[in-house]
Ligand binder design. Structure first.
Ligand SMILES: Cc1cc2nc3c(=O)[nH]c(=O)nc-3n(C[C@H](O)[C@H](O)[C@H](O)COP(=O)(O)OP(=O)(O)OC[C@H]3O[C@@H](n4cnc5c(N)ncnc54)[C@H](O)[C@@H]3O)c2cc1C
Length: 224
C-alpha cells in the first residue's frame, strides 16, 4: 500500500500580486474543509518547464478566517521553485498542496504582548500573525529586515494606532542591532522570529537576556 504523507490536493492559482521585483503573493484555491493557523505551512508541488515536479514548503501568509489561502514567495537566487513563483506563476496554473503542517511558530495562546521579528521571506508566516492580530484589534511590535527587492506588504505595513512597526532595508540601511531589539522587547512579551538560520540565531541571541526561553518562538527557513 502506498501511503501519501502529504495528501496532495490539486488547486489553482487564483491571483498573483507582485510585492517587489523578487517577491510575489499568490492566492490559491482554498480546498474544502482546509483549516490552518498562523505559523503553519504546507508542502507545495509545482510543475517545472521540463515536465518534472518539485516540492517545497511555503507558509500561510494570512489566517484562514479571511476565507483565502495566500502564500508569499521570495526569490532564492538561482532557486527553482521560488523562481517559478516569482517569474512564471499566473492565474489558472495548477499546483498541488499538502495538508497543513505545524511548526515551532504555532502557539494558540502566547503570553503577553507580541513582538514579531522577520528577516526576508520570514515575513510570510509572520504576516499571518499581523493580519490575525489586527482582526482582533490587538497591538503588536514588528521588526522586519529585508532588501528593497524583497520588501513585501509595503502599504499594509503602515502602522495603525498602537502598533510599533520598524522596517529595515538592509541594502540601504544598517542591519538590526542588539540595541534595536533590546529597546523594543520586555520580559512580558512573546517573541516570534522567522527567517534564514543565521538571522534567527542572531535575533535569538539578541533576545536571550530579555525574554524567558519559553516565550521565544522561532523557525528557520534555511539550514545555513
Ligand atoms: C517550514 C518552511 C516554511 C517556508 N516558508 C516559506 C515562505 O513562506 N516563503 C518563502 O519564500 N520561502 C519559504 N520557505 C523556503 C522554501 O521552502 C524554499 O526553500 C525556497 O523557496 C527555495 O526553494 P527554491 O526551489 O527556489 O530553491 P532551490 O532550487 O532549492 O535552491 C536553493 C539554493 O540552493 C542553490 N542550489 C540549488 N541547486 C544547486 C546546485 N546543483 N548547485 C549549487 N547550488 C544549488 C540555489 O542557487 C539556491 O541558492 C520555507 C521553508 C521552510 C522549511
Amino acid at each position: 500500500m502506498l501511503i501519501d504523507p502529504y495528501q496532495f490536493q490539486s488547486v489553482r492559482v487564483e491571483n498573483v500580486v507582485r510585492e517587489a521585483s523578487d517577491a510575489v503573493s499568490v492566492r490559491l484555491t482554498l480546498p474544502k474543509h482546509y483549516d490552518f493557523t498562523p505559523g503553519q505551512h504546507a508542502v507545495v508541488r509545482v510543475p517545472m518547464p521540463d515536465g518534472s515536479h518539485l516540492i517545497r514548503q511555503y507558509s500561510f501568509a494570512a489566517p484562514v478566517s479571511t476565507g483565502e489561502l495566500w502564500l508569499t514567495v521570495v526569490r532564492e537566487p538561482g532557486g527553482q521553485v521560488s523562481g517559478w513563483f516569482v517569474d512564471t506563476a499566473k492565474t489558472g496554473d495548477a499546483v498541488e498542496i499538502s495538508h497543513p503542517f505545524t511548526g515551532p511558530l504555532v502557539h494558540k495562546n502566547p503570553y503577553g504582548e507580541i513582538c514579531i521579528i522577520a528577516g526576508g521571506s520570514g515575513i510570510a508566516p509572520l504576516m499571518a500573525f499581523v493580519r490575525e492580530l489586527r482582526s482582533k484589534q490587538k497591538s503588536f511590535t514588528l521588526l522586519y529586515s529585508t532588501r528593497t527587492n524583497e520588501f513585501c506588504f509595503e502599504r499594509e505595513l503602515s502602522p495603525l494606532a498602537g502598533e510599533d512597526i520598524t522596517v529595515r532595508l538592509t541594502d540601504v540601511s544598517p542591519r538590526l542591532t542588539q540595541e534595536d531589539i533590546s529597546s523594543r522587547i520586555s520580559k512580558d512579551m512573546s517573541v516570534f522570529i522567522c527567517g534564514s538560520r543565521s538571522f534567527v540565531l542572531t535575533m535569538r541571541d539578541y533576545c536571550k537576556d530579555s525574554i524567558p526561553p519559553e516565550q521565544l518562538h522561532s523557525e528557520a527557513f534555511t539550514l545555513e
